[in-house]
Write a protein that binds this ligand. Sequence first.
Ligand code: NAD
Length: 312
Amino acid sequence: MSKVLRVGVVGVGHLGFQHARIFHQLENSELVGVFDINRERAEFVARRWKTKAFKSLEELLDNVEAVSCVVPTSSHYEVGKEIISRGLHLFLEKPMTETVEQAEELVKLAEEKGIKLQIGHIERFNPAVLAVHKFIDSPKFIESHRLAPFNPRGTDVDVVLDLMIHDLDLILYYLGKEPVKVEAVGVPVITKKVDIANARLEFDRGEIANVTASRISIEKLRKIRMFQKDMYISIDYLHRNVEFYRKFGDEIIPYFPDVKQDLEPLKLELESFVNAVLEDDEPPVTGMDGLKALRVALRVKEDIQRRLPDFI
Ligand code: NAD
């Protein structure tokens, strides 16, 4: 393996453009080229980041060691499978796939091929999340809100797979286990899919997570509040702020962790993938992590479907 990873980006729309930028900028990666079914778009991005627009996926795959796959979710499985089957390392955007079976197949194939598979759960790299990570220890009660104004991008899936999955990943990461019970409600409002949803996750020792996601709100809000023994931690993902209180004796003391505002989550995320490949380490967000978040998201969707109100 070379010391500079030869990377390609497949799907260079809104987010893929940024992936291409970062692989172009990182010192230990070389952006060998991009591929997009929209040829004009591929050529535009290639010009911008001084790389090549390949005419086919196969041609791109023949020339790289690793690929970032940023196509719409409905194509993650098909494109991801082709990349892994070639024995190439894969960074796959979230949500990993549309079904648990597809995700399981990709995890298994990645193991068989001995490649690194990382999933794009980017909030793990939010500077506010990184600043408090070491203090989080078995939260008992979690409340999270992720509200966004409407944007037609991402509506190939519902709000659970589009937005809520970010919080589900973090909750599983903090608690280190999957819920024993999932109850959820949600409704379609603007699109034909569920646009606003609330889920209540219950874990084996009585821990509770109450998770709300909306893509039809007027204002953006992205917060998670966690209560654990003698401690309250609130993370504002959007403004990258932390509110943190700890009980000492009879006193409640505020803490001010050092949030490194200048860090760019996407850069940290893609850099971690490149390093995992070059150093032969486990990626910080594995295929199994992506599979677990997806499994819970699909349980949420199932429960929503089961109790969709009659008026819809
Ligand atoms: P987009 O529609 O802007 O871009 C998708 C691009 O993929 C388009 O240029 C399209 O032409 C191309 N494409 C479609 N099918 C293809 C194929 N089979 N092969 C090659 N190119 C193909 O979408 P986007 O907003 O950039 O989202 C892409 C993915 O990134 C989605 O899975 C989405 O969930 C994920 N995403 C993640 C985050 C995050 O916070 N991690 C944020 C936004 C999007």
